[in-house]
Ligand binder design. Structure first.
Ligand SMILES: Nc1ncnc2c1ncn2[C@@H]1O[C@H](COP(=O)(O)OP(=O)(O)OP(=O)(O)O)[C@@H](O)[C@H]1O
Ligand SMILES: [Mg+2]
Length: 319
């Protein structure tokens, strides 16, 4: 179980990464390499099962041989040592009990092995029970103003972040000030810590040293709920939850229908949702809003312009 747990995660992550990067893999023509690696990982995952199965079969065989020796020797002994007139009946009963004893022994030992394997899950639960929890959701004595952050000035003072107590530092003392209302971009090679900086802002990972002030308020002194509910993040990958349009836009039921329609209007999705029978409460399956080919042929479509510009540039550079 323990080995299976570690090898299974590598199969799953390799599969997920291959699906996500399928286009890149095809572009470099490395389908075979990824396919072989996948087979290799599956083999590695299956080999503990195979060994477990072989060991248990080996064990059962030995146990049955042992039982057969014990049974036959006791039967022989009883047949040779004549004990009274009813000996034949007793020998018959002993033999029938002896045969089923064999099965009981095998089943009970197999169950014991299974229990020893499955108890690993309880052990893991016990480990999870001792994971230190996050900081409190709300600190009553130090709650921010409802309109915080009004300006949006972010001051980062010598922030150092590491993911685990003995892991190396990911952010080595960042110092900067972002004035309110500015749009800034963070640039860096992959693994340089851009996502970590955003995580530190939301305290998904706590800063080991240093402090972050938003509008003059140290974010490490307020509750997590207060902090995270006042900031918004637009992730790189869109995520849709199973549920109605309303649930996806306002899961905590904090906004009126009017506000949601306004947002949909700004995203040019009002007409599409209005067409549906249940409006905001409609639960539909996910469909592509528009096909790329249709978008390209549409008059004034930005997507079409982008594609045409891309093709004109690539044909110019190849000439
Ligand atoms: N959950 C984690 N546990 C341990 N180390 C992590 C974790 N997430 C990221 N790291 C490490 O922290 C470093 C910075 O990673 P981060 O994801 O912040 O980089 P990034 O700049 O966002 O990269 P990318 O451009 O690929 O998104 C990397 O070396 C990475 O291995
Ligand atoms: Mg990142």
């Amino acid at each position: 179980m323990r080995i299976n747990g570690t090898t299974q995660s590598s199969v799953a992550s390799h599969l997920a990464e291959s699906i996500a990067g399928a286009m890149t893999i095809r572009a470099f023509g490395l389908e075979d390499r990824f396919f072989l690696k996948n087979l290799d990982l599956i083999d590695r995952n299956a080999s503990p099962y195979f060994h477990n199965f072989s060991a248990s079969e080996w064990f059962i065989l030995r146990l049955e041989i042992l039982c057969a020796i014990v049974l036959s020797s006791t039967t022989l002994a009883m047949a040779l040592l004549q004990v009274g007139s009813s000996s034949s009946g007793i020998i018959g009963m002993e033999m029938s009990y002896g045969l089923s004893l064999n099965i009981f022994l095998v089943v009970s030992l197999q169950l014991q092995c299974l229990l020893a394997n499955l108890i690993v899950s309880v052990e893991r639960l016990e480990q999870y029970m001792h994971i230190p929890s996050e900081a409190p959701e709300i600190i009553e004595s130090n709650r921010p103003e409802p309109n915080w952050p009004a300006v949006g000035k972010v001051e980062i003072h010598n922030v150092k972040v590491r993911y685990r107590p003995n892991a190396p530092l990911v952010l080595h003392g960042i110092c900067c000030t972002i004035e309110g209302g500015y749009k800034i971009g963070i640039v860096g090679r992959t693994g340089s810590g851009k996502t970590t900086l955003i995580s530190a802002l939301f305290r998904l990972v706590e800063a080991t040293e240093g402090e972050i002030l938003v509008d003059g308020l140290n974010i490490s002194t307020i509750g997590l709920h207060d902090l995270r509910s006042h900031f918004a993040i637009i992730p790189q990958d869109p995520t849709l939850f199973v549920g109605s349009v309303r649930y996806n836009l306002d899961p905590l039921l904090e906004h009126t229908d009017q506000e949601i329609w306004e947002v949909l209007e700004k995203c040019q999705l009002r007409a599409v949702i209005q067409e549906k029978e249940d409006g905001l409460n409609s639960v539909g399956k996910l469909i592509e809003y528009d096909e790329p080919l249709k978008l390209m042929s549409r008059e004034g479509s930005l997507f079409g312009q982008l594609v045409r510009e891309y093709w004109s540039r690539t044909s110019n550079s190849s000439n």
